[in-house]
Design a protein around this ligand. Structure first.
Ligand code: GCW
Length: 545
């Protein structure tokens, strides 16, 4: 481990966790879970860790269990110190090798669980819904078939023999090619309840993801809207899930974009246990090459579900998280689940990570990090429209990268305007999934917040925002400002040269240089694209390529 970053965080947090400063602490979320998207094999496209930007997996390398128990223990301690008490150790996309963690490779799960247990953390496993078929035991995975139910009951019992305090299963079903109950004409409640029946006698639970949507869409079919999908699939099942099933809902209705409204599912299933899912790994928020402190974004969903699941941003990188400042996101995820008050979290992280920091360093870190999410938003996709990223790896700009594919993440930009009409009056009707008063707030152009305008409405480029600017001028202004703010971050960080270790200073400097390169690329591609579509020049005459 390299000096001040990780060590400071661990030791400092233990001080805090002992309650030595202000007495007693109680968590507001009962289960505070980190989900790893680690593969056992190196996946040909997704690699060792799907959407991992911090090196390899702490658990597996090239198909083998790494067996570095010291490192896992240190990690367990770090997680416990942030307040995390549950971990899912493998990717929700469960391929053939990973499926065997449930059966003949479960001793690996047991060894990992032994390390986490020391710090009060339970171990959970992602499973493949078709495991009875995939592992060659049965001709079907139909959840209502008694043979399938017996198979899962036996598999759960064997797992609990290996891991007596086994936490349970996490399931991505009928989503992006993963198998699920739809194959057998069954509902997601049928599928989840079957697994709950196998696990409940052992006190273990099922986390069942609500990320279910049609990824083979036709852009002309405006009745299919990816934003609607989770609500449409799951709310009719409210009340049908067993008590030990937790339906896990991404914080926004689409997919971890830098700006989305809160998922309407979170307020629409009063008779179901829910968990909100945050993406700590920065797939769509700069991939741990950009500073993007996400605490303020996640704070929007605090209090809406009793549990939290957060997708890990940790790997075998010496700083744990690739970008050293991305540690703050891991800290914020655990900490906000413990105490849903976002105000001081970043300041706390700075204090604990740099315990002897002079006030100049504290102020530098605040200036670089406080508004970094809003800065990121400014130089990327505008006004909540999302998904203007390069297809596949999702880094950097490609405005039309997904526009002519079936993934359902359209922006509908043409020469007249841009945005997705999700109104009841003329669009997909998504706004109706919100209770009053949000439904009418989003439905109406008069009241829809600017930052979500293009998520809910298709408007002309000359549409005037609440802030008095037009859509097109706002696009130019925010993109020039966003890139300029990254330049300012670099100038600010230079002043920290003598205040942190050289290794830390160098790593962050290199990453900020990449952030500026990328922000400039975003600025220029977005501005050029919309200038060429709209034909409307920038009022200030700044260079547009
Ligand atoms: O955002 C998408 C990612 C996939 C991920 C999926 C999910 C694990 O691009 O890599 O798969 O979300 O959340 O299941």
């Amino acid at each position: 481990m390299i000096a001040d970053g990780p060590r400071g965080l661990i030791y400092g947090l233990f001080e805090l966790a002992r309650g030595s400063r202000t007495g007693r602490y109680e968590p507001s979320y009962s289960r505070r879970m980190i989900d790893h998207w680690d593969n056992v094999d190196v996946h040909p496209v997704m690699g060792q860790v799907e959407r991992g930007y911090s090196g390899g997996s702490l658990f597996w390398a090239d198909g083998r269990f790494r067996g570095d128990l010291d490192r896992i223990r240190t990690y367990a301690r770090l997680l416990a110190a942030t307040g995390i008490n549950a971990v899912t150790i493998n990717n929700v996309n469960v391929h053939a090798t990973e499926a065997r963690l449930l059966t003949d490779r479960r001793h690996e799960v047991a060894v990992i669980a032994d390390q986490f247990r020391r710090y009060g953390i339970t171990t959970h496993l992602s499973i493949n819904f078709a495991a009875p078929v995939l592992l060659g035991d049965l001709p079907t995975a139909d959840p209502l078939d008694p043979r399938v139910r017996r198979w899962w009951t036996a598999a759960a019992a064997r797992m609990v023999e290996s891991v007596p305090d086994f936490g349970g299963f996490l399931v991505k079903a009928d989503s992006e090619g993963q198998p699920g109950p739809f194959t057998y004409g069954r509902t997601h409640a049928d599928g989840a309840n079957m697994l709950a029946e196998a696990l409940a006698p052992h006190g273990a639970v099922v986390h069942w993801r609500a990320f279910v949507y049609n990824h083979r869409q036709d852009w002309r079919d405006r009745s299919t809207d990816r934003a609607r999908a989770a609500y449409d699939h799951f709310t009719p099942l409210d009340g049908q899930f067993a008590d030990t099933v937790i339906v896990q809902v991404k914080h926004g209705p689409i997919d971890f974009q830098p700006r989305e409204p809160v998922s309407p599912v979170l307020t629409a299933m009063p008779s179901t246990r829910l968990a909100v899912e945050w993406q700590v790994t920065q797939e769509y928020t700069g991939q741990q090459r950009h500073v993007c402190y996400l605490g303020p974004m996640w704070a929007q969903t605090l209090g809406l579900a009793p549990e939290l699941s957060a997708v890990s941003n940790v790997g075998d990188d010496p700083f744990w998280t690739g970008h050293p400042l991305a540690q703050a996101n891991l800290y914020a995820a655990g900490r906000l689940a413990w105490n849903p008050d976002p105000i001081n979290v970043l300041d706390e992280w700075i204090t604990l990570t740099f315990p002897s920091a002079p006030s100049t360093l504290r102020s530098i870190l605040h200036r670089v990090m406080d508004d970094s999410w809003l800065t990121y938003e400014r130089y990327t996709a505008p006004l909540g429209v999302g998904f203007m990223v390069r297809p596949g790896h999702h880094y950097g700009p490609d405005v039309d990268g997904y526009e002519y594919t079936p993934w359902g993440t359209y922006h509908f930009a043409d020469r007249n305007g841009v945005g997705v009409d999700r109104t009841v009056a003329t669009g997909t009707g998504f706004t109706a999934q919100y209770p009053p008063p949000q439904n009418s707030r989003y439905e109406s152009l008069e009241t829809c917040p600017d930052e979500l305008l293009l998520f809910f409405h298709h408007v002309p480029y000359t549409h005037v925002l609440h802030n008095g600017s037009t859509v097109i001028q706002h696009i130019y202004d925010t993109h020039f400002d966003g890139a300029a703010q990254v330049e300012a971050m670099i100038t600010t960080w230079r002043q920290a040269a003598d205040l942190v270790t050289p290794a830390l200073h160098t790593r962050i400097t290199e990453l900020l240089d990449e952030q500026l390169r990328s922000a400039t690329e975003w600025r220029d591609q977005i501005n050029t694209y919309f200038y060429r579509k709209s034909g409307i020049p920038d009022h200030l005459g700044r260079p547009i390529h």
